[in-house]
Design a protein around this ligand. Structure first.
Ligand SMILES: NC(=O)c1ccc[n+]([C@@H]2O[C@H](COP(=O)([O-])OP(=O)(O)OC[C@H]3O[C@@H](n4cnc5c(N)ncnc54)[C@H](O)[C@@H]3O)[C@@H](O)[C@H]2O)c1
Length: 388
């Protein structure tokens, strides 16, 4: 079986889907690996390293797709909504595609992928189970985003993060407040603490409190209770507008007292709720920084402009998207380990076995045989359920 790794085509994307170190494990599982020339260069993995580990370099992108039984990407068409459509004619019936597909983004896109006939697996849909943990690339990328968000804030803040006792007096530590204590938020807490800041966090899921405490953060309790806060997969459930209104009222004081606010509160497939308003930004001290990790989904801050850094009322608001791509070496390494574990899991006797009785296979498989087959995706887009 041939596993192909095209160069990522999303503008500015620096990650690569496979790093040389994982090739020997894939070879052991029965794969030959072909890589588009230069695919790993921006992440720090030159062609020569792929060859040294047993990979083959191909100059033409179309050739990588043509030869491959399995195509491995980071941003497939779907999550790559800029240049990803150019790959559609290169996909073919019976081929397997693995990567971020943004399966709850647009029904038309998912149907276009289906109509190529590929069996497409979406990494975003990996179940949150212990068994699937080693394959959970969404969490890996979120970890990197949480780290980088804090680094961006520290770089911009006109203050130091740690408390320092010096001959010039004592410097008080920065106060970092994190809204949304999922994987991004938890890594942001850990990183802010490592830099010496005082970190606190809030999440609407009560289960997050213990995790925040375990990282040495303070959990901010708000007297507002979410209805059915968490679904069976561990994700937050969308709430009505009156809940968000109440949250904004209660968050105002904490936001105003913080030097840095990192927002990472999202609901799968939905626009991010606005939790930090213009009015709240105006009440922050001059020089404060907001990093809105939810920018790609519209942002948690009313003043966020996706992919931009803006200064409003002397407060910097950073809305950069695709933060994981700015740490491409380790983002690629983590992604590659996760997807290699997934491919090896799916491979039985040198072939990919699509057994939908298996939870990991069933939940991640989005398209097959020309159709959108994933029950969650079909339900999300109100497509009629498929008869088993
Ligand atoms: N294998 C596993 O068991 C596994 C893997 C990954 C994540 N998880 C867990 O799943 C949970 C969700 O993680 P995620 O990072 O993918 O979530 P996510 O990226 O979907 O959301 C980020 C956070 O935002 C919060 N949020 C949403 N709306 C909010 C609002 N209005 N106000 C405040 N907070 C709001 C959510 O509760 C979540 O914690 C976490 O508890 C995480 O530890 C488990």
């Amino acid at each position: 079986m041939i596993l192909g790794v095209p160069k990522e085509s999303f503008p500015g994307e620096r990650r690569v889907a496979l790093v040389p170190a994982v090739i020997p494990n894939l070879v052991k599982a029965g794969y030959e690996v072909v890589v588009e020339s230069g695919a790993g260069a921006a992440a720090g993995y030159p062609d020569t390293e792929y060859v040294a580990k047993g990979g083959k370099i191909l100059a033409a992108r179309a050739e990588v797709f043509r030869l491959s039984d399995v195509v491995l990407q980071v941003l497939c068409y779907g999550s790559n909504d800029v240049s990803g459509a150019a790959d559609l004619p290169l996909l073919r019936c019976g081929q397997v595609l693995v990567g971020f597909l943004r399966p709850l983004g647009a029904v038309k896109t998912v149907q276009e992928i289906a109509s190529t006939g590929v069996s497409a697996f979406s990494i975003e849909l990996m179940p949150r189970t212990t068994r699937a943990q080693s394959m959970d690339a969404l969490s890996s990328m979120a970890t990197i985003c949480g780290y980088k968000a804090v680094i961006l804030a520290a770089n911009r803040l006109p203050r130091l993060f740690p408390m320092l006792t010096t001959a010039a007096g004592t410097i008080t530590p920065a106060r970092v407040f994190i809204i949304g204590a999922g994987v991004v938020g938890l890594q942001a807490i850990a990183t802010a603490r490592r830099l010496g800041a005082v970190a606190s966090a809030y999440d609407m899921r009560p289960a997050a409190k213990e995790q925040v405490h375990s990282l040495g953060g303070r959990f901010v309790e708000l007297p507002v209770e979410a209805q059915d806060a968490q679904d069976s997969r561990g994700y937050a459930r969308a709430q009505d507008e009156s809940f968000y209104e109440r949250q904004r009222e209660l968050l105002g004081r904490v936001v105003a007292e913080s030097d840095v606010v990192i927002t990472a509160a999202v609901i799968p497939g939905k626009q991010a709720p606005v939790l930090v308003t213009r009015d709240m930004v105006e009440k922050m001290a001059p020089g404060s920084v907001i990093v809105d990790v939810a920018a790609e989904r519209g942002g948690n801050c009313e003043l966020t402009r996706p992919n931009q850094m803006v200064v409003e009322h002397d407060v910097t608001i950073i809305g950069y998207i695709n933060l994981a791509s700015t740490v491409p070496y380790h983002a690629s390494q983590m992604y590659a380990r996760n997807v290699a574990a997934f491919l090896i899991y799916l491979t039985k006797s040198g072939k990919i076995e699509i057994n939908t009785a298996d939870e990991i296979t069933r939940e991640t498989l989005v398209t097959a045989g020309g159709e959108v087959v994933n029950a969650r995706v079909r339900e999300f887009f109100s497509l009629p359920a498929k008869v088993a």
